[in-house]
Design a protein around this ligand. Structure first.
Ligand SMILES: Cc1cc2nc3c(=O)[nH]c(=O)nc-3n(C[C@H](O)[C@H](O)[C@H](O)COP(=O)(O)OP(=O)(O)OC[C@H]3O[C@@H](n4cnc5c(N)ncnc54)[C@H](O)[C@@H]3O)c2cc1C
Length: 498
């Protein structure tokens, strides 16, 4: 008998929750991670006296103990809720377009609607109508897609079936007139990687509804604290982990898993593999087309690899109040047109808009006393970076970072005088650390045709399962959930086998 029932490849969110769920159920699991610490995107790094958060801006699906969201419940089921310190953010976001708009929405439906109506008094009925639809739609979507009502039908859930795959822009246009108002309400499109004209309403509605209903959260210690707790709990349940240890091949015979080959040439026999690496890398590099059915790659034909990120990590020698930062989540920009912003993600131009997150606003301990840290981030595709000669890499990276700092200066004048540490991550950095094609942080783009509603969970190899952003919509909540559901599928199969 093999020493391990399951080998999990990758200790990102999906890999960690899968490994923990399996180990809690008595399964012998080996977790392999090519990096030297757990988390994937959910991690931190140290420069000078700052421990920089890599990715978590606003954690969704948490909710309060009295009104728990799906992620709070999941963390409870995994036995790790009481090991985490969750911090609620009051604000949804501040949006600043210098000279045009400076508006802050609270993470509460009533007050967000009132703020919008006060700024756009002629659009009151449209604003009410939009939020009414958002809430009705989300309630129906939860019933159909998450509670999986066995009697779901177009007649029973008409709002869901009518609007789920419509572009978000179409719904905005139906209720609202002022382009600026539409931009304010759809600000979160940047979290999903597609502009409202191409973003299915189901993805946008669920995200905005979830932040309004369950509030955005952050974690004391950042996302690395979550990754560490997941790993420690996994080890406490008898799991085994190897860091600096990439899976090189998934060994298959007769289209069934029979083991994993790791970097040093060791073969680890097993009948189940759960991959947190991308589906593309898993099939092409780890398994190889010669070991797959001929039509395996057809389903990838129409998919597009999604964006990566460009982040300027900032450590200041002043607290946020001295820099004029009063909100945690600040969307700042020169123009309010999502189409422009999205087009720029495919270039090496300085982006016209960015997000500045400063966790110290509600968590003063997030950096040493008298300091604060912030992340200035935009999404970007890897393509132009991949065709850049290496000699131009550093110049380009610092030119874009400087342009983004200039943008931030317009909103927070004088802030750059207090910079103590700066680090920059490009799409190539994400490629290097995650091993994903294009350094994509949300997997494939989520066009309506590629919506998770249609995603086939079928794997081409018996015993091979997936978790993470390449099989679920990207983001913390969804990838953490995807690991648990993949682990449950393996448990079911193991039970049958035994
Ligand atoms: C800058 C940035 C900002 C973000 N902001 C937010 C936010 O505010 N809210 C939100 O919800 N989401 C956010 N996200 C997205 C979110 O972080 C990701 O979607 C999510 O963490 C991805 O989890 P995953 O399970 O897909 O694993 P990943 O994080 O993609 O990790 C995969 C792991 O697999 C490992 N691996 C790959 N190949 C191998 C191999 N052959 N052998 C061993 N190990 C391997 C990698 O090293 C990595 O550790 C952000 C991401 C980034 C980068």
């Amino acid at each position: 008998m093999p020493d391990f029932n399951v080998v999990v490849i990758g200790a990102g969110n999906g890999g960690l929750t899968a490994a923990l769920t399996l180990a809690r159920n008595g399964v012998k699991v080996l977790l392999l991670e090519r990096h030297n610490l757990p988390g994937g995107c959910a991690t931190s790094f140290i420069r000078g006296r700052f421990e920089f958060e890599v990715s978590l801006h606003q954690l969704s699906g948490i909710g309060s103990p009295r009104k728990p969201g799906p992620l709070r419940r999941l963390l409870g089921e995994m036995g790790i809720l009481d090991k985490l310190e969750l911090v609620e953010m009051k604000g949804l976001y501040r949006l600043v377009i210098p000279g045009e708009i400076d508006i802050t929405l609270e993470a509460d439906r009533g007050s967000a609607v009132e703020t919008l109506k006060a700024r756009f008094p002629r659009e009151g009925a449209g604003i009410e109508g939009f939020f009414d639809l958002l809430y009705k739609f989300s309630a129906q979507m939860v019933a159909v897609a998450f509670a999986r009502d066995p009697e779901a039908s177009r007649e029973k859930y008409p709002i869901f079936f009518e609007h789920a795959l419509k572009p978000t822009q179409q719904i905005l246009d139906q209720y609202l007139r002022d382009p600026l108002l539409k931009s304010i309400i759809s600000t979160y499109w940047t979290y999903l990687g597609l502009p409202p004209s191409r973003l299915p309403f189901s993805d946008f509605a669920l995200l905005l509804w979830s932040y309004l209903e369950f509030k955005p959260y952050h974690l004391k210690g950042g996302s690395q604290a979550l990754s560490n707790v997941l790993l420690e709990s996994f080890l406490a349940c008898g799991g085994t982990v190897r860091f600096n240890c990439a899976a090189q091949k998934i060994l298959v015979s007769g289209q069934k898993v029979r083991g994993v080959l790791i970097e040093d040439g060791e073969e680890i026999p097993c009948f189940y593999v759960l991959s947190n690496a991308s589906t593309l890398t898993t099939y092409t590099d780890l398994i190889g087309p010669e070991n797959l059915p001929r039509d395996s790659f057809q389903s990838f034909g129409g998919k597009t690899i999604g964006p990566s990120g460009f982040t300027v990590f900032l450590g200041f020698d002043r607290g946020p109040e001295e820099l004029g930062i009063s909100e945690t989540t600040n969307f700042i920009g020169r123009d309010s047109d999502p189409e422009h912003a999205f087009a720029r993600w495919r270039t090496l131009d300085v982006p016209g808009s960015a997000l500045l997150s400063c966790y110290n606003v509600f968590d003063p301990d997030f950096s040493p006393p008298g300091t604060c840290q912030a992340a200035l981030v935009t999404l970007q595709f890897a393509d132009p970076w991949l065709s850049l000669p290496p000699s131009q890499y550093f110049g380009t990276k610092y030119r874009i970072a400087q342009g983004m700092l200039n943008l931030a200066e317009q909103v927070f004048p004088g802030m750059t005088k207090h910079l103590e540490e700066v680090e920059v991550a490009t799409p190539l950095t994400h490629m290097r650390y995650l091993g994903h094609p294009g350094g994509a942080i949300y997997g494939f783009e989520q066009y309506a045709k590629d919506s998770s509603f249609f995603e086939s969970r079928r794997s081409f190899v018996q015993g091979l399962y997936f978790a993470g952003s390449w099989v679920a919509p990207g983001g913390y909540q969804t990838t953490l959930q995807s690991g648990v559901s993949a682990a449950r599928a393996i448990l079911k199969s193991l039970n049958k086998r035994n």
